[in-house]
Design a protein around this ligand. Structure first.
Ligand code: PLP
Length: 458
């Protein structure tokens, strides 16, 4: 398309008012939330970029389908619709519904995991790693070298290092590999895409050593967009065909439908192998629900069946990827340091480079998150030493590799004028930025401290 303006390929039928607050009020709300945006009330947030998970707006077709939900315990018509859509997309025979992605992960990885087992991924998402480690197994991340250079402009920085993959398999022994997991797009790696060529390379290694190959396919539609536009030979294929080609390479897939399912809750596990599927179905019935609903209501399964088709529509994907890039490119031109190129679902800002006067021990990312809220009512999340920092035996901080702030963009929720507003807030972020102070932690739990820690401004 040759127009400058990215129009939203939908019009508005129902509106949810945003709460407009003053800076003075936000200073108070942030203090009451102990400078932790996870503790803010959402009604005090103007633009919510905390996550793209489960925050999508549903279409009128999805809402209409929900009215036709069949809430039968077994053999629900809505399940059959959802199953048919997933079978068509993945080409896999066995589909297990779950209430969200991590439930599918728990079933598959607790079954294949356990002490002595090893999983290998381009980058394990945090719930993936947690489920693997909880089973007693080990998880190794092997992103390509390009991924380690935040500003390097390369098309597929989400790829897996296949040389390292082969070495790890040899080192641990093929019989001890629980699975190789290709995360598309690579969420924890900045939302960067994975090429088909890389997915094929991974397949070759997995075939050679006869190890399980799974896709963590939460954002496979977004990934397909990048393949069509950046990888030779895919120009004339549809987004869905590209996704189908990638699924055909693997032995199974785990999906959080809260991302590219365009719904607020849901997930699935899809497998080629009957024996593995039967074993996983036993676990599904024990903890999630019967095999034809797995923790989902009939109406949710209807919304999923429609959402999984809408997400591959060209006008939607064009809008989705271009509008995220639009925000990132504008910030980049303004001089905001960030991970480049811009990923599919979020913009990741380098807060340590933005506030060079704030040492990592005073959490520059958390300082930026607080400033964004106070100045513009924008909620974002720190992905740095608050989230991933550890302490050594003397209680000294071992910082995370990067001090990032993530602006995750919910699907179909905000318009271009919301995005223009966010850009304006960033212009204000430059005013007096040298005087912004760091943050200290005053109270923290032992695990996943970013959710509930309390902070103070220095
Ligand atoms: C969100 C996500 C998950 C976990 O899904 P939930 O629905 O949040 O449980 C797993 N992997 C990736 C890559 C994700 O983005």
């Amino acid at each position: 398309m040759s127009f400058r303006t990215i129009i939203e390929p939908f019009k508005i039928k129902e509106v949810e008012p945003l709460s407009v607050t003053t800076e003075e009020e936000r200073v108070k709300y942030l203090r009451e939330a102990h400078y932790n945006p996870f503790m803010l009330k959402s009604e005090h947030v103007l633009i919510d970029f905390l996550t793209d998970s489960g925050t999508s707006a549903m279409s009128s077709k999805q809402w209409a389908a929900m009215m036709d939900g069949d809430e039968a315990y077994a053999g629900s018509r809505s399940w059959l619709r959802m199953e048919a859509v997933i079978k068509d997309l993945t080409g896999y025979e066995y589909i297990l519904p779950t209430h969200q992605g991590r439930a599918a992960e728990r079933i598959l990885y607790s079954h294949l995991g356990g002490k002595g087992k090893v999983f290998i991924s381009n980058t394990h998402f945090d719930t993936t790693r947690a489920n693997i480690e909880f089973s007693g197994a080990e998880a190794y991340d092997i992103p390509v070298e390009d991924a380690k250079h935040p500003m390097l402009d390369k098309p597929f920085k989400g790829n897996m290092d296949t040389k390292a993959l082969e070495e790890l398999i040899k080192k641990h022994g093929a019989e001890n590999i629980g699975g190789v997991i290709l995360t598309v797009t690579n969420n924890s790696g900045g939302g960067q895409p994975v090429s088909m060529a890389n997915a094929i390379e991974v397949k070759k290694v997995c075939n050679k050593y006869k190890v399980n190959y799974f896709l963590d396919c939460c954002r496979i539609a977004e990934n397909s967009y990048y393949i069509k536009h950046r990888e030779a030979g895919f120009e004339n294929k549809t987004y869905k065909q590209i996704a189908q080609e990638m699924f055909a390479l693997a032995d199974g897939g785990v999906m959080s439908l809260k991302k590219d399912g365009l719904v607020n809750m849901g997930g699935f596990l899809a497998l080629k192998d009957k024996k593995l599927a039967d074993e996983c179905t036993n676990l599904l019935i024990i903890t999630e629900g019967f095999a034809t609903y797995g923790g989902l209501s009939g109406r949710s399964m209807e919304a999923i069946a429609v959402g999984l088709q809408e997400v591959f529509e060209p006008a939607y994907l064009e809008y989705r990827i271009r509008s995220t890039a639009y925000l990132g490119e504008k910030l980049y031109k303004m001089g905001v340091p960030l991970i480049y190129p811009i990923g599919g679902h979020a913009v990741y800002i380098d807060a340590a480079a933005f506030y060079p006067h704030i040492p990592v021990t005073e959490y520059p990312g958390q300082a930026m998150v607080c400033e964004l809220y106070v100045k513009g009512g924008i909620r974002s999340v720190e992905i740095g030493s608050v989230m991933f920092g550890k302490y050594d035996s003397n209680g000294k901080l071992i910082p995370a590799p990067n001090e990032l702030v993530r602006l995750a963009i919910p699907r179909r929720v905000y318009t271009q004028s919301h995005i223009e507003y966010v850009i304006e807030v960033f212009e204000k972020m430059f005013e007096g930025k040298d005087k912004v102070r760091g943050i200290k932690i005053v109270e923290e739990p032992e695990f996943l401290r970013h959710f509930t820690a309390k902070f103070e401004r220095l």
